[in-house]
Ligand binder design. Sequence first.
Ligand SMILES: [Zn+2]
Length: 92
Amino acid sequence: MKGERIAGRSVEAERLYLCARDFTPADGPGACKVCGRDIVECEPGRPGEPSRRPLIDPAGEVLTRAPLWWLRRTVAALARHYDTGGEDSSRG
Ligand SMILES: [Zn+2]
């Protein structure tokens, strides 16, 4: 079923700020209060969007428990880092 709604509220594209190591939430970008690592800015998307679901293969097997928006910001960034041999100097 699509079209999930939250009664009485228009849902804008919200942003979450989380530490990728210990999942400590933050109010905005900066350093994690617990470990000092850079806080990751995430856009989960609206309720019901595919990016809110975990990674599922064509056979319907759930591959990850984390939703796609989290994988994009953490695993995908890491994969890019290795793909470019660590030459990607842009951070943030
Ligand atoms: Zn942390």
